[in-house]
Design a binder for this molecule. Structure first.
Ligand code: GLN
Length: 489
């Protein structure tokens, strides 16, 4: 097996045992990028010298017998929405094209403390708004399995980087599915932790009550190791959970006994792709054969999820994005008549069409005449959705569903139909509304040869058990070992 087709967990073990060096692995990733990224478009920014410098430093530490961090020497790609001091952070927006953050996010500092190699910055939908990465102001990202297909979004660059084995691990953000949906489209593992598990200090805000940073990986073990490194209380983020992070790796290979898995009645709706239905059924059968009891559960308010999310997320976005005023930082129009015109021109030039759509929707639902009918109502429905999950988790340990109603769609297919694009999040956004953790794991292939992900959702703070359940599936199947053609075996 080539270094690139080796799973992230095994690569970490090989680095630890001294069987490979970080420089070798980092160079292999950089070669894969230079040979393929012109076709995939996963990265917005790569600094080869910086990557190799970090790799050398870790190898030297190891050679000198010094203690190294838990991600020592493994390359990690980072979505271009997490501030890294001195590196670009565009958020896929023209507005932040030249923005270089003067500070690093807590996640970046944690990755550095864990001795990871920060490989480069990945493409995304502008300000993380989208499900296809087509809303990036800079480039399209292509699905590594079939290049006329979208990689999903908004963390499409991170998912495509891992899917094409340009990086064994990557960081993304998930507000309504932006880690799990692209993970499903690109055939990799992607996890949204419990709200507050990972500090968001230094994550550029989209919808603050929903945003969460999380890991992508080529396998569950690597994903767990990355989440472990990212997690923990941070006084700089008032929403960060002040509880110790459990050890996510200690019992990862121990199968869970007496597992009860819920299948949601309301998710068995029309419009779900046949291949997705059969892959999900087969995946559930795998759990059954591993001794799990499968039970029907009900989430009676799930059908209001898309509407609720698309009121709350744009409302918060319209407020968060008011900071882009052409004064503090970022783009400023060159020609304007007066101050108001400067704001108008700056925002007109700086934002793309989807971001403008969100700002308008959000401003509308927050406006004096409509706030009760839309925003306040949506908050109430959100509580009911959370209660549904609480009730379901009285009956089952986890909920299994497709990560997305379809495998990857074609680039250009949905971009002019925002509603159809929004529906792509129907299975993922409930976890953000409820604040619970969710994971997507490779669980099948469509007849066209595109990956299909299984989503598992768990109760708040249950990441360790959720990862164990995912690992059980991985040990029983080989979907995670399938790689696209552009990965040399
Ligand atoms: N696709 C969803 C949206 O466009 C979710 C995005 C995300 O999770 N960042 O809002």
């Amino acid at each position: 097996m080539s270094i690139l087709s080796t799973g992230a967990g095994e690569l970490l073990a090989q680095l630890n045992r001294g069987e490979i060096t970080s420089v070798e692995l980092t160079q292999a990733c950089l070669n894969q990028i230079s040979q393929n990224d012109m076709n995939v478009g996963a990265f917005l920014h790569i600094d080869q010298d910086y990557a190799l410098e970090q790799a050398k430093a870790v190898d030297n530490k190891r050679a000198a017998g010094e203690s190294v961090g838990p991600l020592a020497g493994i390359p990690v790609a980072v979505k271009d929405v997490v501030c890294h001091k001195g590196q670009p952070c565009t958020c896929g927006s023209k507005y932040l094209k030249d923005f270089i953050p003067p500070y690093s996010a807590t996640s970046i500092e944690k990755l550095q403390a864990a001795d990871a190699v920060l490989l480069g910055r990945t493409n995304m939908d502008e300000f993380a708004m989208g499900s296809s990465t087509e809303n990036s102001a800079f480039q399209k990202t292509h699905n590594p399995w079939k290049q006329d297909y979208a990689p999903g979004g908004s963390s499409g660059g991170s998912a495509a980087a891992v899917g094409s084995r340009m990086a064994p691990l990557a960081v993304g953000s998930d507000t309504g599915g932006s880690i799990r949906q692209p993970a499903s489209f690109c055939g990799v593992v992607g996890m949204k932790p419990t709200y507050g598990r990972v500090s968001r200090y230094g994550l550029v805000a989209f919808a603050s009550s929903l945003d969460q940073i999380g890991p992508f990986g080529t396998d569950v073990t690597g994903t767990a190791a990355l989440l472990q490194a990212l997690s923990g209380h941070d006084p700089l983020d008032s929403t960060s959970i002040n509880k110790p992070t459990p050890d996510l790796l200690a019992d990862l290979n121990q199968p869970l006994e007496g597992l009860k898995i819920g299948v949601v009645k309301e998710f068995q709706a029309d419009g779900i792709d046949e291949d997705v239905i059969s892959a999900t059924d087969e995946a559930i059968n795998v759990y059954r054969s591993l001794g799990a009891e499968i039970k029907d559960v009900s989430l009676p308010h799930a059908r209001y999820g898309v509407a609720t999310y698309y009121i709350i997320a744009p409302a918060e976005a319209s407020s968060n994005l008011s900071r882009y005023d052409g004064i503090h930082y970022g783009h400023r129009a060159e020609e304007f008549k007066d101050l108001t015109d400067m704001y108008r021109q700056t925002r007109e030039e700086g934002f793309g069409p989807e971001v403008k759509r969100r700002i308008m929707m959000g401003t509308y639902t927050l406006s004096a005449g409509y706030i009760d009918a839309y925003y306040v109502k949506a908050l109430k429905v959100r509580r009911l959705i959370r209660n549904d999950y609480d009730d379901a988790f009285q009956e089952v340990d986890f909920i299994a569903s497709p990560a997305c109603p379809t495998p990857a769609f074609k680039i250009g297919e949905l971009i002019n139909d925002p509603l159809a694009m929004y529906l792509s999040d129907m299975f993922t956004l409930g976890a953000n509304l409820a604040g619970i953790p969710g994971i997507s794991i490779p669980a099948g292939m469509s007849s066209e040869g595109l990956p299909i992900g299984l989503q598992l959702l768990g109760p708040p703070l249950e990441e360790a058990r959720l990862l164990r359940a995912a690992r059980m599936f991985e040990q029983a199947t080989d979907w995670h070992q399938k790689v696209p053609e552009l990965v040399a075996q």
